[in-house]
Design a protein around this ligand. Structure first.
Ligand code: C2O
Ligand code: CU
Length: 721
């Protein structure tokens, strides 16, 4: 519902201005209509346009109140200004002053009508409405870090000045018409020349402004990932040591909502260095991400080699994929290990011209092993190798993928599952099935496959057998699985166990891009079907004879993690005291990004590389609030930490504690999560829809004293998204 309303609001805000402009021009011309017939026809058109404008404005007002009713922050300063303050005065004046006159002119006009229609009280209100609608038009273009910095009085002043100017102009014109001196100055040819000249000048100015804006949005050739806008989450501002502080301007963000009052209070430090008042705690000694590595010595318990190479792979339907693979297969090989083991993984790059890296999604490894090109390492060039070593703390279902040009590389196949068995399996199963769902570009269009099956796959399962399905969504979009024909339990989310999960039937199992869900069931006598909403004909049918199947169902309720399972012990919760609270508003704005016109995906009105840098100190307890004011799902993934979900739309969770590495924030939703800052480093925190990441939705979590020698762009060619 929020989605539909918000898209409606978006479109209306864009068409409102042209509609009101047309209405205003039509009304204005009524005063100089030469005869009654044309006057009446013009008046009818004016009525239609004006009523359309009024309806659209009423629509904006409705969406405004509806959104404000859900959550005031969804409306924010921006809509207050552009809808209420700028738009409403002109619209109301049109309704009360202008429309009645035009209306009666449309029905029966006498010879004296044209002069009455030239009066400013008739002509000016629609002009004022058009002027106000222009605000809504710009609202979709200008991120709040600039013009919204103007506050209510300033906008009020702009409106009053605009109105006075329009009224004065309208009066003079009305006087001229009344005095019969409406004859335009100059000859026809001259008038045309003047109009042409004006158009050229206006186009020239607009063109220049657009070119400048496009240039301004370009990335510098090389930059540090620490270029971001420092956000201290309402806590202590750190001393400058340990930071290169590139253009840092603390206290500048949060203007999208005005909710970050704490941050605002910190002020702007012109020097580019936060003027630390470290409140007694001395800054920790600076450390480079290169020093934050896994164990350097010790024989690894497991060794793996991942070779990035091209391969042509066949899906079950016969369609082929020209893939970028690890070890020649899609998905890449399943890396299987035990909790607590020391693993050593060597990445070998045999691709042509394509540098790669590998990131262990959801594993809280030491920062230096995180595999993010430009943050924790340089991308591995063709012909090169790179070795990762770490001890696995987690257990459960994870995955790995390249973190260099991720939007392209993951899409084309540089990923695979990672399964970590507990030291002792609490619930042993007879069949442990990893299901990696991905959408491929094939020889015959796009195909969604589970593993390499884009058709129905049959498997044998004896009645009474216990099965575990590890569902992994490596697509950028949210996907829905269903399991038909058997009751089941969701035993873990993002690899983290659910406390006392209850039995479910026919739920829509929604999995965020990059998210995972483990499902367990006991095989009945009848067939069971795992299905995937985006490709309902594919999926896996389990049956005793390996032939049976059942129609998949997609009509159940959505699985709700906020009420699932039983409360259990958790180290912190909604009522804990947090050292820092970061408010992050996710939204979208039209405009230039790195030189191209695009729908930018913003965090507090900013885009990478200027998005917020969440600054923390080791040991602190951190709360993060996400609010999605836009129109798309954002699976927000914080590297190096698991976050505990505290609440959804202000309501605390009532079931099992839910720990995630990727939190899905859907349009209109507000989620609150918390984590302990216990893994020093510089960690990417981004939308796992890599398309959004590429349009700006990338920020970092940075520990006060950690620095990185790596950069993005330039000779390194590093580009994490
Ligand atoms: Cu799955 Cu930044 O990664
Ligand atoms: Cu997103």
């Amino acid at each position: 519902m929020y989605l539909a309303i918000s898209i409606f609001d978006f479109i209306v805000s864009l068409v409102l201005f042209p509609v009101w402009l047309l209405a205003a021009l039509t009304v204005r011309r009524l005063g100089t209509r030469p005869d009654t017939r044309r006057l009446r026809r013009g008046a009818r058109i004016a009525v239609v346009l004006t009523v359309l404008g009024l309806l659209l404005a009423a629509g904006r007002l409705l969406t405004f109140s509806w959104m404000a009713g859900i959550n005031w922050e969804l409306v924010g300063d921006r809509r207050v200004v552009t809808t209420l303050l700028l738009l409403l005065p002109g619209v109301l004046a049109t309704l009360v002053l202008s429309l009645p006159k035009v209306w009666s002119a449309a029905r029966r006009s006498g010879p004296e009508e044209p002069r009455a229609l030239a009066a400013p009280r008739v002509t000016v209100p629609p002009q004022l409405a058009a002027f106000g609608a222009l605000g809504g038009f710009f609202e979709k273009f200008l991120p709040p870090d600039r013009p919204v910095a103007l506050n209510y009085p300033v906008y009020g002043l702009i409106l009053v000045a605009g109105a006075s100017w329009l009224i004065l102009r309208g009066r003079r014109r009305a006087e001229r018409i009344a005095g019969g001196t409406t004859a335009p100055r100059g000859t026809r040819g001259r008038r045309i020349a003047v109009r042409l000249g004006t158009t050229v000048v206006v186009l020239g100015v607009v063109g220049t402004l657009l070119t400048l804006e496009s240039q301004r949005s370009r990335f510098p050739d090389t930059f540090s990932m620490m270029k971001g806008t420092m956000d201290y989450g309402g806590g202590t501002v750190f001393a400058a040591e340990g930071h290169d502080g590139h253009g840092a301007h603390a206290g500048h963000q949060g203007s999208a909502t005005g909710t970050n009052a704490n941050t605002h209070a910190l002020g702007v430090h012109g020097s580019g260095h936060p003027a630390g008042h470290s409140a007694g705690t001395p800054a920790a000694a600076p450390v480079s991400v290169d020093a934050l590595k896994g164990p350097k010595t010790g024989t690894p318990d497991r060794r793996f080699t991942l070779t990035a190479q091209e391969a042509k792979v066949r899906l079950s339907s016969g369609r082929t994929v020209d893939a970028w693979t690890f070890n020649g297969q899609i998905p890449g090989p399943e890396l299987r290990m035990k909790q607590g083991e020391l693993v050593e993984i060597t990445l070998v790059n045999k691709l042509k011209d394509t540098p790669v890296s590998t990131h262990w999604h959801g594993l809280d490894v030491p920062n230096g092993e995180d595999g993010v090109a430009g943050v924790t390492q340089d991308a591995v060039q063709p012909g090169g190798t790179y070795t990762y070593r770490f001890r696995v703390k987690e257990r459960g279902t994870f995955w790995y993928h390249s973190h260099q040009s991720s939007s392209e590389q993951v899409h084309r196949g540089l990923f695979g599952p990672m399964v970590i068995d507990p030291v002792e399996q609490p619930r042993p199963v007879d069949q442990d099935v990893t299901v990696q769902a991905h959408t491929w570009d094939t020889s015959q269009g796009s195909a969604t496959a589970l593993g390499t099956s884009d058709t129905l796959e049959h498997r044998t399962a004896r009645p009474g057998q216990k099965l575990r399905l590890r569902l992994i969504n490596s697509d950028v979009l949210t996907r829905t699985f269903t399991l038909t024909g058997v009751p089941y339990t969701v035993t873990s989310i993002d690899g983290m166990d659910i406390n006392q999960p209850g039995e479910l039937t026919d739920r829509r199992l929604v999995v965020a891009g990059a998210g995972r869900l483990d499902v367990e069931f006991t095989m009945p006598d009848t067939p069971v079907r795992l299905a995937y909403e985006d490709s309902p004909k594919a999926g896996i049918a389990f049956s005793a004879d390996g032939k049976g199947t059942v129609e998949p169902r997609f009509d159940g309720d959505e699985f709700d993690k906020t009420t699932y399972g039983k409360p259990g012990s958790q180290p912190f919760g909604p009522r804990s005291t947090y050292d820092r609270t970061f408010n992050l508003v996710l939204d979208e704005w039209l405009g230039f990004y790195d030189g191209t016109f695009a729908l930018r995906q913003t965090i507090n009105g900013r885009v990478f590389p200027d998005a917020p840098m969440l600054m923390v100190k080791e040991g602190e307890l951190i709360r993060v609030r996400f609010l999605n004011r836009g129109q798309e799902d954002h699976p927000m993934h914080l590297h190096g930490h698991h976050v505990l979900v505290l609440s959804k739309n202000g309501k605390p969770l009532t079931g099992s504690p839910i720990w995630q590495d990727t939190v899905l924030v859907r349009p209109g939703e507000a989620w609150e999560v918390a984590f302990k800052a216990d893994n020093p480093g510089i960690w990417m925190d981004h939308c796992h829809n890599f398309t959004h990441a590429q349009l700006g939705m990338v920020m970092h979590l940075a520990y006060e004293n950690v620095t990185t020698p790596y950069t993005v762009g330039g000779k390194s060619g590093n580009r994490p998204d």
